[in-house]
Design a protein around this ligand. Structure first.
Ligand SMILES: NC(=O)c1ccc[n+]([C@@H]2O[C@H](COP(=O)([O-])OP(=O)(O)OC[C@H]3O[C@@H](n4cnc5c(N)ncnc54)[C@H](O)[C@@H]3O)[C@@H](O)[C@H]2O)c1
Length: 341
């Protein structure tokens, strides 16, 4: 059995804890969560895991891997401690809201050689994977441009926005990652515009709720991202990739598979609501990949360096939005250097 521990039993930590505990080769030994609650007790009972302090995990030689699903401001220190103690890591995005910290932690983790999977679960979703496979195999022809829509069902509360690091680092980071994943090459320019069109509480917290971001790849292909904190019908998570032989569409998944037609028209159901429902299978596949990484040394689809590069794009988009200028981008672009220009 592979013994694991999970840090954080909030929204996503519960999903990961249940997926890990359900795997036949895993014993989820510990949960670390500082806030007591009924749902924590329930989770401990469902998974059979013990509640403990962080150092119990790191000093237990039986623990082969840790799942970091705690609040973002705890990821960097937990990653470094896991790397020091030789535990494989599954870390939720983002590594930190401070870009220099993301760079330092990525370099440190890579130096220790500890295996690390970063939580870009969309890479494990069968629909997004099929798009990538048809592009990589050449079946779809040459990829020319991508259009992505990510709209949350409704704006999060102000206290979430204040701790989120802003919409680009918190939400759009998944789209920056998907752009890199599908293009298979790096980005050359980033141009972003953003505004608060939905909820003035978000503006008061210093963030935006609506953005358009245009990326150009090194070979001159385009990505158009549409990101927003509201869609009147629920969660909107779509992508289209225009290639020379095919257009590949990832559509919203309806809650109900049946279309009902009557004299008033054709009625489909609303899409699956929000990420936990839409990506149920992807979160499970991602956990299986983490376990496989520990058991066989396989390379995960998203590494800590992918997390760094997606966040570099998020930082460039923030600078572009704030200055009104396109950013000449490369993988050594740094927000501090841009400020000095
Ligand atoms: N990949 C995805 O789809 C996805 C989705 C949601 C959240 N996330 C990321 O996962 C992380 C958690 O998000 P969430 O929505 O579950 O937040 P949440 O606030 O619901 O849960 C975070 C939990 O971590 C706990 N915590 C705080 N400090 C801790 C520590 N030192 N050790 C252990 N636990 C600690 C908190 O008490 C809380 O219960 C964030 O970084 C977020 O960006 C990723």
């Amino acid at each position: 059995m592979i013994e694991l521990a999970v840090f954080g039993a909030g929204r996503i930590g519960q999903v990961h804890a249940l997926n890990a505990a359900a795997h036949p080769s895993v014993h989820l030994k510990y949960i670390v969560e500082p806030v007591a609650s009924d749902h924590l007790d329930r989770l401990a009972m469902q998974t059979g895991a013990m509640l403990c302090e962080p150092e119990t995990v790191f000093t237990d030689p039986a623990i082969k891997g840790v799942i970091i699903a705690s609040s973002t401001d705890t990821h960097a220190a937990l990653l470094l401690r896991a790397a020091q103690t030789g535990k494989a890591v599954f870390c939720e995005k983002p590594v930190s809201l401070d870009f220099s910290t993301v760079e330092d932690v990525t370099n440190e983790v890579e130096k220790t050689g500890v295996a690390c999977l970063l939580g870009f679960q969309r890479r494990y979703d069968p629909d997004f994977r099929l798009v990538r496979e048809r592009i990589v195999s050449g079946q779809a022809g040459e990829l020319e441009h991508i259009v992505m829509h990510t709209r949350d069902p409704s704006p999060p509360p102000r206290n979430y926005i204040e701790r989120s690091g802003g919409m680009f680092r918190d939400q759009a980071i998944h789209d920056f990652d998907m752009a890199r994943y599908l293009l298979g090459e790096e980005i050359a320019t980033v141009y972003a515009v953003g505004n608060c069109l939905i909820d003035q509480e978000i503006a008061a917290a210093g963030d935006i709720d609506t953005a358009m971001i245009t990326l150009t790849s090194v070979s001159g292909r385009f990505v158009q991202m549409v990101n927003c904190r509201r869609a009147p019908f629920g969660y909107d998570q779509r992508l289209e990739a225009l290639c020379s032989r095919e257009v590949l569409y990832v559509e919203n998944r309806p809650q109900r598979g049946v279309m009902i037609a009557d004299a008033q028209g054709f009625h489909s159901s609303t899409p699956m609501n929000y990420f936990i429902e839409r990506f149920t299978g992807a979160y499970r596949a991602e956990m299986h990949a983490f376990i496989d990484m520990i058991a066989t040394g396989s390379t995960p689809l998203a590494t800590i360096r992918d997390g760094l590069e997606a966040q570099r794009l998020a930082e460039a988009a923030i600078v572009s939005m704030n200055t009104g200028k396109p950013i000449q981008f490369s993988t050594d672009w740094h927000p501090d250097a841009e400020e000095r220009r």
